[in-house]
Design a protein around this ligand. Sequence first.
Ligand SMILES: Nc1ncnc2c1ncn2[C@@H]1O[C@H](COP(=O)(O)OP(=O)(O)OP(=O)(O)O)[C@@H](O)[C@H]1O
Ligand SMILES: [Mg+2]
Length: 463
Amino acid sequence: MALDRILIVDDTAIIRKSLEERLRSKRYAVSTAGSIAEAEKRLLASSFDLIFLDMQLPDGDGRVFIERLSHNDNKPLVVMITADGSVESVVECMRSGAFDYLPKPFAMTQIDLILKKAAEFQRAVRVTDFLNRESIAQREIIGSSPAIARLKDLIHRVGRTNATVMISGENGTGKELVANDIFLNSQRSAKPFIKVNCAAISETLIESEFFGHEKGSFTGATDQRDGRFELADGGTILLDEISEISLALQAKLLRVLQEREFERVGGNKTIKVDVRVLATTNRDLLKAVENGTFREDLYYRLNVFPILVPPLRERTGDVEILSNHFLERFSKEHGIKSCGFSEVGMAGLLAHHWPGNVRELQNVVERAAILAEEGVPISAELMGLASPAATATRPAVPAPQVSTNPPAASQVIPLHELEKRAIFEALERTNGNRTQAAELLQISIRTLRNKLAEYRVDSGEVA
Ligand SMILES: Nc1ncnc2c1ncn2[C@@H]1O[C@H](COP(=O)(O)OP(=O)(O)OP(=O)(O)O)[C@@H](O)[C@H]1O
Ligand SMILES: [Mg+2]
């Protein structure tokens, strides 16, 4: 609940008293004022989330006061207390910017309804603000490999449930994209989607980021603040890079996952939320459990539905479609006319190991789109691809199949890999002329053809 501090402005003592009692019994922080002058003083001393405001006060008209309040940065919601519930006076209240009205005499149940409405309204406003700042990059998952088809099927199936999903994979494989898609496929897609990057927030602030804090609960906590679990109430929360949180916070997170409840930092009110949890990790969490850096019970709470996003080098079938997709997107974004990749350029893309996965591919293509000259296809060289594969006759010359684990610098490069590199290097130098390439390699044209056919079989391409 985002509603905490309430001011009652009414010159009738009995109304102030009965309202105050009701609100206090519901644990709100309440102040009262009998006039506009007094209300102004209270507003100087602290801020309020909601004001019950009498329309007629001894020192002025409540509606004029609302008008003044509307210039405040953090303007409170105003509920007008009207002497009668006539249509005219209700219209007047709303026109002057009141959130709601309360005709005298009123029943306590009316107060409760107004509070509920105001709390929901405030939360919606905060969530909208939050989403505007951290806009969800709604992007489609591109790919034609069987791995992507499987991934999409899993997303579709688990999306519609409320199950906790643990998305793992190397850097830049598209984990966040998968999380977005699960959210968009869920019944909660119209509700908030709140992300917390556990790796980007400092250890001292992360608890408050998760659960919020009360005013004065630590140095710098000048105001009460809702945490992301509260903002996500009714919707979905994404705990990005979950492996990065401390053991102390893991214990608190476990409680939220089990009970869906927590307290704000420095607070003692238990807050209940209805939140669907998605998490991502690029580290092996099971290993972290073995090492004692990640709680086993939390691991099992999170790992209800695991999804593994495979590295790009294990689905080279996606490279071409992704490259073309990014080129089209960035050409549009930067207002560039592109005429695609050269065949050698595409072969270079297909041959690369992509240790940074799709993000690296995306960056390479964006840079190339900017550097490309109009009318000139993008070459491997322009993309700075180190050991480009080359051919002028693709698809007759396939992408060399990349080994699952690229050799580390200190490792020996397998002979067949060296051979492949030499062949593509020769083709690059001769602009794909096989006869000349064969000469450079000091092999027969027939051997060259056989080698190329071999690579094609390796990479799963059919001639
Ligand atoms: N299959 C895909 N189709 C289109 N774009 C993709 C795909 N996979 C990843 N991307 C893009 O690549 C970039 C990296 O993806 P994302 O941020 O989801 O990866 P990540 O696995 O969360 O990375 P990290 O581990 O570094 O946080 C994003 O800009 C994303 O839009
Ligand atoms: Mg990510």
